[in-house]
Design a protein around this ligand. Structure first.
Ligand SMILES: NC(=O)c1ccc[n+]([C@@H]2O[C@H](COP(=O)([O-])OP(=O)(O)OC[C@H]3O[C@@H](n4cnc5c(N)ncnc54)[C@H](OP(=O)(O)O)[C@@H]3O)[C@@H](O)[C@H]2O)c1
Length: 250
């Protein structure tokens, strides 16, 4: 069974590819750097030929919410049309918990992408995830100044990228659910507390300030919009384990 990982060179995609290859699956990496553009369609027909499964973990690489929405709409339409022509048996997209209820910023683009997938006629699974541990630094960077780090008053339930990648692989091997599957990290934290612990571990002693207007992927989620009661897998990395690995010398 050939599996095409769209965005297979990215943070999530590279880990999905690594895990699939380690389990001896037939994997094709699709990204602009491998000659495939899912907005223009360049290289797509050739890449999808003979494939059974598409895992879409592409991301546009720009921060403006309107540009993101345009990317997810255009790329989704092109990729799904090509998938239909190629007879793809299972299209998997990686989305965000809260996509349907936040409705602004990055989340608007993800919700639009989900709608295209569900209406495509291709058997599908939408995997909605809580934010990745690896994204927390970007959240802190967005609110960082010389004196302090501003973060919004949110609850977060981060998951390690390796664990999310493992779920995506399992979904690909299991077959289409034609539904939304939720995946989350093992624990819920107040983002300001988590931010403080991460800064302290990095010996950065700036204070963390709670600010409802602090940036969060161009959106203002409600306090509990990013958490879920999804079943937790007992072998997933918790915060302390993740932090140790993140801070360990390469
Ligand atoms: N639940 C959440 O909160 C959550 C958390 C993390 C991630 N996600 C989702 O996971 C996905 C991946 O995120 P990431 O952080 O791994 O992204 P990333 O590191 O920025 O990687 C993006 C990938 O997309 C490819 N790409 C970009 N534009 C493309 C195009 N026009 N045609 C083909 N490939 C293209 C890039 O390769 P090239 O530049 O070579 O094209 C790269 O492989 C995103 O959809 C994101 O929304 C959700």
């Amino acid at each position: 069974m050939r599996i095409v990982v769209v965005g297979g060179t990215g943070l999530v995609g590279a880990r999905v590819v690594r895990q699939l290859e380690a389990a001896n699956h037939d994997v094709v990496v699709a990204a602009r750097s491998t000659g495939v553009d899912i907005v223009t369609g360049a290289g797509l027909d050739r890449t999808l030929e003979g494939a059974a499964v598409v895992i879409d973990v592409s991301n546009p690489g720009y921060a403006d919410p309107a540009d993101m929405l345009r990317f997810f709409e255009a790329a989704g339409a092109t990729l799904l049309a090509a998938g239909k022509t190629a007879g793809i048996a299972h299209h998997i997209t990686f989305s965000a918990i809260g996509a349907e209820r936040i409705g602004s910023g990055y989340y608007r683009g993800k919700y639009a992408q989900e709608a295209l997938v569900a209406a495509s006629g291709i058997p599908f699974t939408i995997v909605r995830s809580t934010p990745l541990f690896e994204y927390i630094d970007a959240i802190l960077d967005a609110g960082r100044s010389e004196e302090s780090v501003r973060v919004p008053p949110l609850s977060v339930q981060p998951i390690a990228t390796d664990d999310a990648a493992r779920v995506l692989m399992q979904v690909a091997l299991r077959g289409p659910a034609n539904a939304i599957v939720e995946v989350s990290g093992p624990n819920i934290y107040a983002l300001p507390d988590l931010a403080q612990q991460i800064l302290t571990a990095a010996e950065d002693y700036r204070p963390v300030l709670v600010d409802v207007a602090a940036p969060f992927f161009g959106a203002r989620p409600g306090v509990d919009a990013l958490v879920t009661g999804a079943a937790v897998r007992s072998d997933d990395a918790g915060f302390e384990y993740w932090l140790q690995r993140a801070l360990a010398p390469a």
